[in-house]
Design a protein around this ligand. Structure first.
Ligand code: NFE
Ligand code: MG
Length: 508
């Protein structure tokens, strides 16, 4: 269980929650945060408020060093597609797509319609899979208690508002959702070859030529998934939103929203989910200029000489330990500002959802996006031409550059490629969770999750489930954010970089 604060006794605050009297500020650490991908530690400062607690500050720590950007150097640029997919088992399709887009640019290739559509459909299958996974298996247990058995126990029981009969129905849906995820993966594998790491993405298009039978099978599976989304997922998120409507005010983030856009339509630059950004939850969608993106590392375990660099000149030079640093994530910023990425950002930019930017808004926007995407996928199946060409025949120049901007389920994903003599010289990956879970930047500005946590009320400091609700609403993936563990990074192997965190100065 992610509880790291040992009960301190004797202590009136250690009594049953109803008898506890909050008097003393506390630091609470959740490490690891469970029901996410990868290794995240969250530390919050709690102050007494209204007989309970409120979060007054927060620190987000990616606790594992990874190094995919370094692995890619000196590889053939074609290798970027299969290798970057290994960043993650949840969003590999997006990494394949981003790498393919960067390579398309490097060799001036535009995939034929079938190739574009096949990429969209496999990526779409992954999004549908992800959003069902996120709601049922990562987030929903913050709101209801499952049966008193593994994998539902041990669990935190604070502030559970749904009656046992309702919780039992949601538990059935939790189990049904496992089957739906399997079906979504099977659907993606029809065209992608296998899931979760489909080998069918290539520079210039796709390797798989669709047949009429496969198109029909894809559609039949999609129909079943749409039925589940409409009849189960959407009603369940509405049910939870009604019981926890205070979460429309809790967990509001930095207010700046970024979307690179994805799901290319016919016509240059046209996308189902458009590119854009908004400042301070404005109605005005602004253009995205990639030259405004830079990554700060003053709070990250990387050499300060690499701080503030744009990905076109970005470096990944680990430095551990380092004064003032507390995360393996870099801090991406747009024109110096923190930005939130994800379904909410996409749905805000597209105009499909603009109620707010709270915990519940993130869940709602994710559901809205699932429906929008599934409808579009049905149309793309109609556009596919059985047996039609799927890739553009091109020769890769021996030197080049490319930027692949797309969306992963968790938000804006960018790959920056440079190569010469057919070998990669620089590869920089900036993932959505790096945007969302980033630590303080060089100006001391906190990352979006850190900002969103401040002000969160907490009933019981020993079971700070309210903190988990805020974190989970972002669907973080630390595997992506710090991009392959070096399992031999142990002192006995002579390594100095370890897959662990160091305590923030002054904390235990
Ligand atoms: Ni590992 Fe990923 C997504 C990417 S999160 S899940 O979605 O890119 O940073
Ligand atoms: Mg990176």
């Amino acid at each position: 269980m992610p509880r790291r604060n040992p009960p301190v006794a004797p202590d009136p605050e250690n009594a049953p929650v109803a008898q506890r009297v909050p008097v003393t500020p506390r630091v609470v650490t959740i490490d690891p945060v469970s029901r996410i991908e990868g290794h995240l530690k969250i530390e919050v400062d709690l102050a007494p408020a209204n007989g309970a607690w409120v979060v007054t500050d927060a620190w987000s720590t990616g606790t594992m060093f990874r190094g995919v950007e370094m692995i890619l150097v000196n590889r053939d640029p074609w290798d970027a597609i299969p290798i970057t997919q290994r960043v993650c088992g949840v969003c590999p399709v997006s990494h394949g797509q981003a790498a393919a887009l960067a390579l398309d640019q490097a060799m001036s290739a535009t995939p034929p319609n079938n190739g574009r559509l096949m990429r969209n459909l496999v990526l779409g299958a992954n999004f549908v899979h992800n959003h069902i996974l996120h709601f049922y298996h990562l987030a929903a247990l913050d709101f209801f208690d499952g049966p008193a058995m593994a994998p539902w126990e041990p669990a935190w029981h604070s502030d559970k508002r749904l009656d046992p009969a309702t919780a039992a129905v949601l538990t059935d849906h939790y189990v049904a959702a496992l089957e739906m995820r399997r079906r979504a993966h099977e659907m993606g594998a029809l065209f992608g070859g296998r899931m979760p790491h489909p080998p069918a993405y290539i520079a210039g298009g796709f390797t798989k030529v669709p047949t009429a039978g496969e198109i029909a099978e894809f559609r039949a599976t999609l129909d079943d998934l749409v039925a589940f989304v409409n009849n189960v997922y959407v009603p369940d998120i509405n049910l939870i939103a009604a019981a926890y409507d205070d979460y429309y005010e809790i967990g509001v983030g930095c207010g700046n929203l970024l979307a690179y856009g994805a799901f290319e339509l016919a016509g240059a630059g046209a996308r189902l989910l458009p590119r854009g950004r908004v400042e301070n939850l404005s109605e005005t969608v602004l253009p995205v200029d990639t030259s405004a993106i830079a990554e700060d590392v003053s709070s990250s375990w990387y050499a300060d000489s690499s701080s503030g660099l744009p990905p076109t000149s970005g470096q990944t030079v680990a430095q551990f330990p380092k004064d003032g640093a507390y995360s393996w994530l870099k801090a991406p910023r747009y024109a110096g500002a923190a930005y939130e990425a994800g379904p909410l950002s996409r749905m805000w930019v597209s105009g499909d959802y603009r109620r707010g930017a709270s915990v519940m808004d993130r869940h709602m926007a994710r559901a809205v996006e699932t429906i929008k995407l599934a409808q579009a996928m049905d149309g793309w199946l109609n556009e596919l031409v059985p047996g039609g060409p799927v890739f553009a025949e091109r020769t890769m120049p021996t030197a080049g550059t490319g930027i692949g901007l797309t969306e992963a389920p968790r938000g804006a994903l960018g790959h920056w490629l440079q190569y010469s003599n057919t070998r990669i010289t620089r590869y920089q990956i900036v993932t959505p969770t790096c945007w969302n879970a980033s630590p303080r930047d060089d100006q001391g500005i906190a990352g979006p999750i850190e900002q969103a946590l401040v002000g969160t009320p907490v009933l019981d400091w020993q079971e700070p489930i309210e903190v988990l609700r805020v974190i989970h609403s972002f669907d973080p993936c630390l595997s992506c954010a710090v991009h392959v563990a070096r399992v031999d990074d142990r002192p006995e192997n002579g390594r100095t970089i370890q897959t662990r965190w160091a305590p923030r100065a002054g904390v235990r």
